[in-house]
Design a protein. Structure first.
Length: 235
């Protein structure tokens, strides 16, 4: 029998993997789509082979650039944490009274009485590692990053970009002309942007329909702008 007082938490905890996929897929669906649309509107001298070659080159360069960005972000996060960790150890060793006061302030904000604050502080300072860990988390708001975060982020973002980029490019492999390829590319990519935006908004706790239309409109606007500009240069 179900307990009527039981409460199930439904909050979504965004994982690093989901974050990486969102970053990679967002740009992967949009940028190659805009490039293919722009080339398709550039004139009669453009063939599907040219669109495919340029698209593959862009996907390769984009995935490497995005993956490298994810790697550098992960390394920077780890280096920042290590730097602050060393600083906290130094402060605990050289400014213990100041650090104790900062611990008291944290517990004061939590509503603990002065007597309870002193009791907790006296117990905490017996273990320097736990003391420093507490200061990192509650004073600085820092959690220890996964040592593999930089590498994993680079792979996740890069592969997601490739997967997203192949969606608008695939129709050109089967089309006789760029114009024909563009029609199928628009249909498939706009649908993919809608579905991606829907699930992206859903897992992050936003309105899924609003998120779907927003992502779809952004991707469509980018492709339309590229197509229009290419047409202007053609004339």
């Amino acid at each position: 029998m179900k307990n009527p007082h039981q409460h199930t938490e439904t909050h979504f905890q965004s994982s690093d993997l989901v974050t990486d996929i969102v970053i990679g897929m967002s740009d992967g669906l949009t940028v190659p789509f805009a490039l293919a649309a722009g080339l398709s509107g550039a004139g009669n001298g453009i063939t599907t082979a040219i669109v495919i070659t340029a698209g593959i080159a862009e996907i390769a360069a984009g995935s490497i650039a995005m993956g490298l960005g994810g790697y550098l972000a992960g390394k920077t996060e780890m280096e920042h944490y290590d730097s602050e960790l060393k600083r906290e150890y130094w402060e605990v060793d050289n400014l213990p009274e100041k650090e104790k006061e900062e611990v008291r302030e944290v517990f004061e904000q939590m509503g603990l009485s002065t007597q309870a604050q002193e009791l907790v502080v006296n117990e905490m300072v017996k273990d320097k590692d736990k003391w420093v860990e507490f200061m990192m988390r509650f004073e600085l708001g820092l959690e220890k990053p996964d040592p593999k975060r930089a590498r994993n982020s680079a792979l996740n973002i890069g592969l997601s970009y490739i997967a997203g980029g192949l969606v608008p490019l695939t129709p050109y492999f089967f089309a006789a002309t760029p114009a024909e390829g563009l029609k199928w590319s628009c249909a498939i990519t706009i649908l993919s942007l809608f579905v991606f935006g829907f699930f992206k908004a859903r897992v992050t706790g936003q309105n899924p329909w609003k998120g779907a239309f927003k992502v779809m409109l952004i991707g469509s606007a980018a492709a339309a702008a590229a197509f229009t500009i290419a047409g202007l240069f053609k004339h």
